[in-house]
Write a protein that binds this ligand. Structure first.
Ligand code: NAD
Length: 384
């Protein structure tokens, strides 16, 4: 081979290698983002694992469970190899599994911190269920761990991606109701101590706040994303029958009022001993909108009054869990902005803590301006 041919050959190979690498990169970018689901309880089995069938960018890649029989059965049903089933003990081995890019934490709240931090240390991105933790300190540690690992940490606030709530946010951003005056939220249901899935929710250490941490968090978050501002102060009251065995360590009925910088107020209520409801209302100077129900998995309804130029909306039914998982997959592939980062979950944890503090002091005002400001308005998810 003369020198010229040799040079051409090397160049040719270089071009071919570059082309192959471009193809690999392109196909990696097109490949669905593999998710490992940690914890196979009610939400995983009922909504999340079935939700992958409706995803376009996310796919189920692995299961993590303390029950091998259950995990192997579900893996087989979803055509996952036996090697894609992990236990809590060998969980850290996910670091060597390139099929897993995101770890979805669907465990009781007190386990969120440990598994989030372990997943981040294994080099994975994390989607963590709400509430992100049981204490402010745990939430702060999770945000710090994501920064240290340079990985994404998203909190699973499904309402940020849900058509009715996005519709409401869009009307608020347009000022369609006039100056916002009042948001009212009510999120509650009956809890059942004999249901293992509720037993940990009724334990302060394991849940981080009973109904408030489980359901009231939707009202905290809705007040903030509807008004698109952060509360300055809260006053809260709790009403709990301590003879009821469900409420040995957690409060039952909690009401709280947030005061916002614009002058708007939100009054909120949550309980584990009331008729089931997930509803919110907004009253502006001219118009009002009522979302009843507003935050269910489906069947949400929005009615408008005094909002000229806006028809009564027909809310599109979607799989909220699929959309949320697809959203994070698109964030990982740099196709979408992060809408509900760890910092968003941390803000709610601080507010939960402030509500409990005010309630413990019989409604004394507690300052809540922690300096958090959203970098991305969740209303952007409308366009995608
Ligand atoms: P669940 O109790 O039904 O499931 C929890 C799973 O964790 C079970 O499979 C259980 O076996 C497992 N687990 C492992 N170690 C455990 C331990 N030490 N104690 C108890 N359970 C243990 O709970 P769920 O209703 O599926 O909720 C899971 C998470 O999802 C919670 O953080 C909850 O707040 C959240 N959630 C979110 C939504 C939503 O709409 N985004 C809805 C429901 C639940």
């Amino acid at each position: 081979m003369n020198g010229e041919m040799s040079r051409r050959g090397v160049l040719g190979l270089g071009v071919a290698a570059a082309a192959a690498s471009a193809v690999t990169k392109a196909s990696a970018a097109d490949r669905p983002v593999g998710f490992a689901v940690v914890g196979l309880g009610k939400l995983s089995l009922g909504q999340i694992i079935p939700g992958f069938a409706n995803c376009r960018s996310a796919s189920l890649a692995a299961l993590v469970s303390g029950h091998p029989d259950k995990a192997n059965r579900i893996a087989a049903e979803h055509k996952l190899a036996a090697a894609s089933v992990y236990s809590y003990d060998n969980f850290d081995r996910i670091a060597a599994d390139p099929r897993i890019e995101v770890v979805y934490i669907v465990l009781p709240n007190f386990m969120h911190r440990e598994y989030t931090v372990r997943a981040l240390k294994a080099g994975k991105h994390v989607l963590c269920e709400k509430p992100m933790a049981t204490t402010v300190a745990d939430a702060e540690a999770m945000v710090a761990a994501a920064k240290a690992a340079n990985r994404k940490l998203m909190i699973a606030y499904r309402c940020h991606y849900e058509p009715l709530n996005l519709y409401g946010m869009r009307l608020m951003r347009k000022g369609a109701l006039g100056k916002p005056r009042l948001v009212v939220t009510n999120m509650g249901r009956q809890a059942d101590l004999s249901d293992p899935s509720d037993a940990w929710r009724l334990d302060m250490r394991e849940s981080g706040g009973g109904a408030l941490a489980d359901m009231g968090i939707y009202g905290i978050n809705a007040s903030r994303y509807l008004l698109n501002e952060e509360p300055l102060e809260v006053r809260a009251r709790a009403q709990t029958d301590k003879r009821d065995p469900r409420f040995r360590t957690v409060e039952d009925l909690i009401t709280w009022e947030f005061r916002f910088p614009s002058g708007a107020l939100s009054t909120n209520c949550t309980s584990f001993n009331q008729a089931a409801t997930m509803a919110w209302e907004v009253y502006g100077e001219r118009g009002k909108m009522i979302a009843e129900p507003g935050c269910l998995y489906g069947g949400n309804r929005l009615s408008l009054n005094g909002v000229p130029g806006e028809d009564q909306p027909k809310i599109r039914e979607i799989d909220q869990f699929a959309r949320e998982m697809d959203w994070l997959a698109d964030v990982v592939r740099a196709r979408a902005p992060m809408v509900s980062p760890g910092e968003e979950g941390l803000q709610d944890m601080r507010l939960i803590h402030a509500i409990l503090e005010s309630a413990a002091r019989d409604g004394a005002p507690v300052r809540t301006d922690y300096g958090y400001r959203r970098t991305v308005d969740p209303a952007v998810a409308v366009k995608a």
